[in-house]
Ligand binder design. Structure first.
Ligand code: ZN
Length: 246
C-alpha cells in the first residue's frame, strides 16, 4: 500500500498572538494533529501555514497532496482567490480529499466547494456531547455511541449548508442547541468531511476520539485510484465506443 500524503494547513495566527492558545498548542494546532497522524506509518504528513511562501501550498505541495486538512478563522479573507481555485480544482476534478475543521465552515474554499456560505449561530464555550449517528460509516469506526467534550465553542443550527450526503455526527450543547457536527459531501471526484470540534482555546485536538475521527476521515476522503486519471473532457468516448463496436 502506498502512503497517503496528508497536508495539514493552518492559518497559524491565534497560536502566535494569544498566550493561552499557545499554552494549549505550543507548535500550532496543526502540529497537534500531525503528532497523532504520525503514529500511522501509512500516512506521510506535512504542515503548511498561511504565512509560508505561496501561502503554504505551492504547486508541488498541493499537487502531491492526497488529503488536505484546513483550519482557518480570522484571516479567511487573506487566502488568495487563485489558491482557492487551485484547491477547488484538485478536489472536484482530481479527487483530492478535503477535511475542513471547525471555523473552516466560513472559509473561502469550503464555501466554494459546497456552494453555500456556511453560516451558523454560535455562542460561549460549554460542554458538548458528540453523538454517533452512523456507527457503520468508516469515519465512525472505533467511536462510541457518544462522547463528551468538556469545553467547546457552541455552534448551532441552522447551519447553512446543502443537505450532507451522509451525516455521521450531530452534537448537543449544554444550553440546548444542536448542530450537524460531522458532515460528508461528494463533490465531483472529491470527498469532503466537515468536522466541527476544534476551537483554538479549547483542547479538542488533544481528545482521542476527535483525533481518531480525523484519521478515519483521512482514509475515507483519500482519492480512489481511478479518480486522478479521469480526463476533464471526453476525447476518449469515440475510442471507447469503437472498442465495443457501438
Ligand atoms: Zn472557534
Amino acid at each position: 500500500m502506498s502512503k497517503i500524503n496528508v497536508t495539514i494547513w493552518n492559518e497559524f495566527t491565534h497560536e502566535k498572538q494569544n498566550e493561552y492558545v499557545k499554552s494549549i498548542y505550543p507548535d500550532g494546532l496543526h502540529a497537534a494533529i500531525k503528532k497523532h497522524l504520525d503514529t500511522d506509518e501509512n500516512l506521510n504528513v506535512r504542515l503548511a501555514a498561511l504565512d509560508d511562501p505561496h501561502q503554504g501550498l505551492p504547486d508541488d505541495v498541493l499537487n502531491s497532496t492526497d488529503v488536505l486538512l484546513w483550519w482557518g478563522h480570522m484571516r479567511h479573507g487573506d487566502v488568495s482567490d487563485d489558491l482557492v481555485a487551485r484547491i477547488r480544482r484538485r478536489i472536484i476534478s482530481e479527487g483530492m480529499g478535503f477535511i475542513p475543521l471547525h471555523s473552516a465552515h466560513a472559509s473561502k474554499i469550503f464555501c466554494s466547494v459546497i456552494g453555500t456560505d456556511g453560516a451558523l449561530s454560535w455562542g460561549d464555550d460549554q460542554p458538548e456531547i458528540v453523538w454517533n449517528l452512523l456507527p457503520s460509516h468508516p469515519i465512525a469506526s472505533g467511536i462510541p455511541d457518544h462522547f463528551v467534550l468538556e469545553l467547546e465553542e457552541l455552534y448551532g443550527e441552522p447551519f447553512n449548508i446543502p443537505q450532507p450526503d451522509e451525516l455521521v455526527f450531530a452534537s448537543w450543547f449544554k444550553n440546548g442547541n444542536i448542530f450537524r457536527s460531522g458532515c460528508c459531501f461528494y463533490r465531483g471526484l472529491g470527498k469532503v468531511f466537515y468536522f466541527q470540534p476544534g476551537h483554538e482555546s479549547c483542547r479538542s485536538f488533544h481528545n482521542p476520539y476527535v483525533l481518531k475521527i480525523i484519521s478515519n476521515a483521512v482514509y475515507w476522503t483519500a482519492p480512489n485510484k481511478f479518480g486522478v486519471n479521469v480526463p476533464t473532457s471526453c476525447p476518449w468516448i469515440p475510442s471507447v465506443t469503437e472498442k465495443h463496436g457501438i
